[in-house]
Design a protein around this ligand. Structure first.
Ligand code: GUN
Length: 657
């Protein structure tokens, strides 16, 4: 089996999982098939992978004999990949089961399961630590035993540890280093049943951040579409749903925004074939079994549709916008969303450098998004200037529309200041949610590609206020427009300052250098664009397009996200300027000739890389001696590049260096 990431957003991945019974797209929902009792043919609804229970088959003599004879694929009539669970869930419900770990692994192997599961102990949330530790030891022993017992069977190994983040992380570290095929996160059903989404986030993040990036993760027992986007954003790739049947048995319709009871419906909730063909009255008048099957069909349609919506959101780069919408469906999901801020730096490690769609602000929870954190972090490493002029928001791009109607200016009273602010001046716009936006980078993603309301909430205003206060500390003279002072309630001691806004001017050469510093780190602008550079602008838009040294192209400013795409000379200059391993992906000798020809770099050929690389970022491709051989765009982030052995790591732009 192997797993490849195709698209990323937040910590979510769209991937391809290759199994002995075919390839499937992830994130994926695995409908639960009840062996012996299944009445719905889930493949007709688009299910590509299913999960069933080995223990139920093992325990029943008739089922056992039949499945051993014909194999599980024929037995449940599903040609695609089949995952089997081990009976651990029954163990958690009934307290005891009569099968050993070894027996259930051998059985799963014998029936031809694609991915089997050892007999982990699902320790419930909120138990005493001593119990969680004791049970975790058994789970780990059984995981090891499963590896010894199995022959060709692919294996799940479940992360346990109750609600102790350190135990979850320890478990993830241990099983993660043993080389399993899929890593489920277990014993979370009670958290979901009691709407403890904030604790769910803690448990999943403690697990995922310690699991290998290169294998899929399965959130066990997560079957309600309300939680799928939330869980995918944390890096979960697989879900299993018995809920589509269980909810249908209770006459309940699942929707990504919640659950509807048939007794309350006057309208059908969606436009799936069931909702298009029947009215609530029709269903209420029906015999129970027939009705149950129809509602189960709706539940499956809507769950699989939500998975497709999530995959599209990852490709579009607006997964967090979807999560923020979904988490407004229930106050406890909102609790979970608000807990995201604890993990912003984890998200930032994986979030792509630029995305296809704009950052949409949907409330103060959006302030925790990694784009804002990353922007503020990058600002810290830019070389400081002496003077600062802060302007209010205007139409984007700010540098084109900033000069009209700016009102009065005030000087913040600071000691030791000089009076001529026009020398060594930084001009920046203050706005929600990115706080401070230097005019040189007002067209760089996501500073131009973002929208927030004109009037903002107190939390956001306070956030920006605090960022501005921090930012101005490094400047000698600070001039602030009155609208900025008022909007963000900046309580500085100020005096009126007579400033002519028409003098505000950003020089193109400073601009390209500043963009490069922001993109590649301080000093990169001077290194890339040293000497007498020639800046070529688009005739149509007037925007900067190319930067040359004489006839040699150094880099092109990409119109869609305002960042530099290197050319050979740019790559050479950056390579001499940045110290190893900054922005590097180092490949082995086998890959070197291919990279030189401009072929893309597969993760398995990478021997080292800058761990801080983000997907969609410009990277330098070097050999083991750090000789520059090519350059390109990263497909994965640094950790993923190092962890994966399958799929592309870098799309090479040009070799021949
Ligand atoms: N199904 C739901 N939760 C669990 C769990 O923790 N372990 C296993 N094996 N199956 C589950």
């Amino acid at each position: 089996m192997n797993f490849e990431i195709k698209y990323k957003d937040a910590m979510g991945r769209v991937g391809i999982l290759k199994t002995p019974h075919g390839n499937i797209k992830t994130p994926a929902l695995m409908p639960v098939i009840h062996p012996g009792k299944q009445t719905l043919d889930v493949k007709k609804f688009g299910a590509e992978i299913v999960i069933t229970n080995a223990y139920i088959m093992y325990k029943n003599e008739d089922l056992r004999a039949k499945v051993l004879e014909e194999g599980v694929h024929k037995f449940i009539d599903f040609p695609g990949p089949i995952v089997t669970d081990s009976g651990s869930f029954q163990l958690s419900v009934y307290g005891d089961i009569d099968v050993t770990n070894r027996e259930i692994i051998e059985f799963q192997e014998a029936i031809g399961t694609d991915i089997g599961t050892s007999l982990d102990i699902p320790t419930p949330p909120y138990v005493k630590r001593e119990r969680a530790e004791r049970e975790l030891e058994i789970t780990l022993e059984r995981a090891k035993e499963a590896l010894d017992v199995r022959d060709k069977l692919l294996l799940n190994s479940v992360v346990q540890g109750s609600t102790f983040p350190d135990l979850r992380s320890r478990c993830a570290d241990e099983i993660g280093s043993m080389g399993f095929d899929v890593y489920p996160i277990g014993a979370v059903v009670p958290l979901m049943e009691s709407y403890k989404y904030s604790d769910l986030l803690d448990v999943v993040m403690a697990s995922v951040t310690h699991l290998p990036e290169s294998q899929p993760r399965h959130l066990m027992g997560a079957g309600h579409p309300m939680v799928f986007a939330f869980a995918v954003a944390m890096g979960c790739d697989l879900f299993d749903s018995a809920a589509y049947i269980l909810y249908a048995k209770g006459d309940r319709f699942m929707m990504p925004t919640g659950t509807y009871k048939l007794e309350n419906l006057v309208e059908m909730p969606c436009s799936c074939p069931v909702c298009n063909s029947y009215t609530p009255e029709d269903l209420r008048g029906m015999e129970k079994d027939k009705r149950m099957k129809l509602i189960a069909q709706h539940n499956l349609h809507i769950s699989l549709a939500e998975i497709r919506t999530i995959r599209q959101a990852i490709v579009d780069g607006n997964l967090m916008e979807l999560v923020e919408q979904r988490c407004r469906s229930h106050p406890y999901l909102l609790d979970g969303l608000r807990n995201f801020k604890k993990y912003t730096s984890n998200f930032e490690e994986y979030d792509p450098a630029s995305k296809n769609s704009a950052f949409f602000y949907s409330g103060p929870e959006s302030l925790a998004r990694s784009e804002i954190y990353r922007h503020l972090k990058k600002m810290e490493r830019l070389p400081p200037k002496e003077n600062l002029l802060l302007l209010p928001r205007s139409r984007k791009p700010y540098s084109k529309s900033i000069r009209n109607d700016l009102g009065d200016f005030y000087k913040v009273q600071k000691d030791g200041s000089t009076e001529n602010i026009w020398d060594n001046l930084q001009v920046a716009v203050v706005d929600v949610p990115f706080a401070v936006i230097p005019l040189e980078i007002d067209e760089v993603y996501p500073l131009a590609q973002n929208e927030s309301p004109l009037v903002n909430d107190l939390d956001s205003l306070k956030f920006v206020k605090n960022q501005v206060k921090k930012y101005i500390e490094g400047f000698n003279n600070v001039i602030i427009n009155e609208k900025v002072l008022k909007t963000f309630d900046l309580d500085f001691k100020t005096e009126y300052y007579d400033l002519d806004p028409l003098k505000i001017n950003i020089n193109d050469k400073d601009k390209v250098k500043y963009i490069a510093d922001y993109q590649f780190g301080s000093g990169s602008g001077n290194a890339l664009f040293k000497g007498d550079i020639k800046i070529i602008k688009s005739k149509k838009t007037g925007k900067i397009r190319h930067v040359y040294d004489g006839e040699t192209l150094i880099a092109t400013l990409r119109a869609s996200d305002g960042v530099f795409v290197l050319d050979r000379e740019g790559a050479r200059r950056l390579h001499s300027h940045l110290e190893y391993p900054k922005n590097r992906v180092a490949v082995n000798a086998d890959a070197e000739p291919f990279a030189k020809e401009g072929k893309s770099i597969f993760a398995k050929f990478v021997i080292d890389c800058d761990i801080n690389i983000k997907s969609n970022e410009e990277v330098l491709i070097v050999n083991q001696n750090d000789d520059l051989i090519a350059f390109g765009k990263a497909i994965l982030c640094g950790r993923e590049i190092m962890n994966f052995n399958t799929g592309q790591a870098v799309k090479t732009r040009k070799g021949g260096l």
